[in-house]
Design a protein around this ligand. Structure first.
Ligand SMILES: Nc1nc2c(ncn2[C@@H]2O[C@H](COP(=O)(O)OP(=O)(O)OP(=O)(O)O)[C@@H](O)[C@H]2O)c(=O)[nH]1
Ligand SMILES: [Mg+2]
Ligand SMILES: [Zn+2]
Length: 294
């Protein structure tokens, strides 16, 4: 999308461009950790931002946490090095919740409480590829929805999406398979926001690679057999918009849980899902595809 400036200084935020006082921990313009800027300067190259987007409760935090953990385990012959301890917090949070058979809490709307992961990634097979520096923030779905509804009100999201070199758009496949049109409409809004933000002429399609990930596919395993056919049938508005406006889109299915239990509360009638065990399916593939497109 928009070009990043080539000059980084220790007090210039690389997300929103705000000039900060020296020694602040979080950018006062957008709350991105300033240690990321120092790390980027040490690397002598600007990182590429890959954003995980989607509505609240779709599974962004869980997905990103497991993806980073798979990279840390060298899945798919990736070598991944976290730059700074703050980059490990998200995966630790997700993995430790799931180990206790709970899901992590929803991401707060306040951007100063978001997790940011800054990783150096390269693939070792079939041949050793060059290092790619990636910044992957875990945004709150409600903040994304607010920004999409009224563009430029949530500055950090506007800057992030404007600078993203790749996008992973998560869609709730379980809800779509149940006949809900909400996932289709939300993803459509998100895509039209990206389309209009780029401000490109109508005959030009958006080139930014976007992987559309059908989440919670454990509830509708047919997604794994043919994600494209699922999207065409159950998310037809999104399918059509992609065909018209986006040149570089691929569809995937993903799931992190093997089986779920349901716990009822003694105090009220609420029911909470309990992940009985994790079984990762399709988590790495959308990321591999994005890396190949960068
Ligand atoms: N069945 C199933 N449920 C999942 C899966 N991943 C996430 N969930 C459910 O989705 C809920 C929301 O996941 P989160 O990762 O917190 O969602 P989020 O997109 O980060 O939501 P916000 O932080 O509000 O934007 C979890 O509490 C689980 O109940 C999955 O792979 N399968
Ligand atoms: Mg979240
Ligand atoms: Zn900033």
């Amino acid at each position: 999308m928009a070009r990043q400036s080539n000059v980084l200084t220790e007090s210039t935020c690389m997300i929103c461009g705000h000039e900060n006082q020296p020694d602040v921990l979080l950018c006062t313009g957008c709350f991105a950790p300033m240690s990321m800027v120092q790390d980027a300067i040490a690397q002598e190259r600007e990182p590429k931002i890959v954003s995980v987007i989607g509505e609240s409760n779709v599974g962004k935090t869980v997905y990103l946490g497991f993806l980073l953990d798979m990279l840390a385990h060298r899945a798919g012959a990736f070598e991944a090095i976290p730059k700074g301890a703050y980059s490990v917090d998200l995966q630790q949070n997700v993995i430790s919740h799931l180990a206790r058979r709970t899901f992590p809490p929803k991401t707060p709307m306040e951007a100063n409480q978001w997790y940011w992961a800054y990783y150096q990634v390269r693939r070792e097979l079939p041949e050793v590829s060059p290092w790619v520096d990636l910044v992957m923030p875990d945004m709150a779905g409600e903040s994304l929805a607010a920004e999409v509804a009224t563009p430029k009100t949530v500055r950090v999201i506007h800057s992030l999406l404007n600078k993203s070199k790749g996008l992973m758009l998560l869609v709730d496949a379980a809800a779509a398979a149940n006949g809900s049109n909400q996932p289709d409409f939300f993803a459509m809004k998100m895509l039209s926001y990206i389309d209009s933000m780029q401000g490109s002429k109508h005959e030009q399609k958006i080139e930014t690679p976007i992987s559309i990930i059908l989440c919670k596919a454990d509830h509708c395993p047919e997604c794994f057999d043919n994600a494209r056919a699922f999207v065409k049938a159950n998310l037809n508005r999104v399918w059509n918009l992609c065909e018209s406006r986006f040149a570089n889109v691929e569809f995937f299915a993903a799931s992190v849980v093997g089986s779920l239990g349901y716990a009822t509360s003694l105090d009220d009638d609420s029911v909470a899902p309990v992940p009985l065990h994790t079984a990762l399916r399709g988590v790495l593939e959308p990321f591999e595809w994005i890396i190949d497109q960068l």
